[in-house]
Design a protein around this ligand. Structure first.
Ligand SMILES: C[C@H](O)CC(=O)C(=O)O
Ligand SMILES: [Mn+2]
Length: 336
């Protein structure tokens, strides 16, 4: 097996968990540490991707382009990736990010919407970028549907397609069958991105590797939306034990997670009631901060909002449903 490619997305998925408050200085410091640890790909952007700083997705405290410039300035031999969500980002932002010097664009859509990504893959290729397709909320579709979507992305120019467990809802068997189907269907790399709502982020990532995944994600200390991601340092420790070569320096990861990332946590990253409810109901992790705000505003149990969003199969971009559901539930309480 060629060397496994690990992408650290602390500075992108982790952005959700710190209310998009990373500074250019902090980004430069973390990128330097990840580069020193030999992490091959480092993702940096707003949690919702290029141009994600909006009222619906949460405003960034700093100019996103300055964050990306700082990452590029410190990247040395590592590659800088940015996420891109069609409908949030537009083609000019791809050009701007390429001109700043990113190397990889990760194009993320709900896992049945690959058909809207063609123009963005084409633009990314035109701009000289490597490309990754990110099939979000992959638990909602069977392997056969995901494979069809992934083949569309491959035809548009994707160099890799990821199974993305956005709600942390998959169990290892579900990961294995999805990754194996993509491996069977594609001639490009296959990746996996975990969330830890059921305590399975590491286990699921190993299941993805056993099914043939070539690229996997992690975040330092698991800093990420909702229940967080597979902690990169833990993942590398487990891979070392399994004699799977990554070329990554575990000590630098452990020290950076402990000494620099842990102090920036705004709340403990635990599988609390809301995070477990989201994984169990299959609800998108980046909804959770907004769910908690709405629950507090209307004095209702956040789990009742999460369970209703799960029943309605809410997907990325439907953050406005959170408030609608909260208002409906509050009104029901009033009429009891
Ligand atoms: C835009 C999302 O945060 C992408 C992601 O990390 C996920 O779906 O998980
Ligand atoms: Mn994620």
């Amino acid at each position: 097996m060629s060397k496994l490619l690990v992408t650290d997305t602390t500075l992108r998925d982790g952005s959700h968990a710190v209310s998009h408050s990373f500074s250019p200085e902090f980004v430069g410091e973390i990128v330097s540490k990840l580069v020193a640890a030999n992490v091959p790909i480092i993702e940096v952007s707003h949690g919702a991707g290029l141009s994600g700083s909006t009222i619906q997705q949460g405003f960034s405290t700093h100019d996103e382009w300055k964050l990306i410039e700082s990452a590029v300035a410190n990247k040395k031999d590592s590659k800088i990736a940015s996420l891109f969500v069609p409908g949030i980002g537009t083609r000019p932002e791809i050009i701007t990010a390429a001109n700043i010097g990113i190397d990889v664009l990760r194009i993320a859509v709900h896992c049945t919407e690959a058909d809207v990504t063609q123009q963005y893959f084409e633009q990314a290729k035109k701009s000289g970028l490597e490309t990754v397709g990110f099939l979000m909320m992959s638990h909602t579709q069977p392997a056969s549907v995901l494979a069809e979507q992934a083949k569309l992305m491959e035809s548009y120019g994707a160099d890799c397609v990821y199974i993305v467990d956005s709600a942390g809802a998959l169990v290892p068997e579900g990961v294995r069958e999805r990754v194996a189907k993509l491996k069977e269907s594609l001639s490009i790399n296959v990746g996996f991105h975990a969330h830890n709502n059921l305590g399975l982020a590491i286990g699921n990532t190993i299941a993805a590797l056993e099914a043939g995944a070539n690229q996997v994600d992690g975040t330092l200390r698991g800093l990420g939306a909702g229940a967080g991601n597979a902690p990169t340092e833990v993942l590398v420790a487990v891979l070392n034990k399994m004699k799977i070569e990554t070329g990554i320096n575990l000590t630098i990861l452990m020290d950076t997670a402990e000494e620099i990332i842990a102090p920036v946590f705004q709340y403990p990253l635990v599988i609390d009631r809301d995070n477990l409810a989201a994984g169990y109901a299959g609800v998108y992790n980046s909804f959770l901060l907004h769910v908690r705000e709405a629950a507090a505003k209307f004095n209702i149990n956040p789990v009742s909002i999460i369970e209703e969003l799960g029943r309605r199969h809410a997907v990325a971009g439907q953050e406005d449903w959170i408030l609608d559901v909260a208002i409906e539930l509050a009104q029901k309480q009033l009429v009891r």
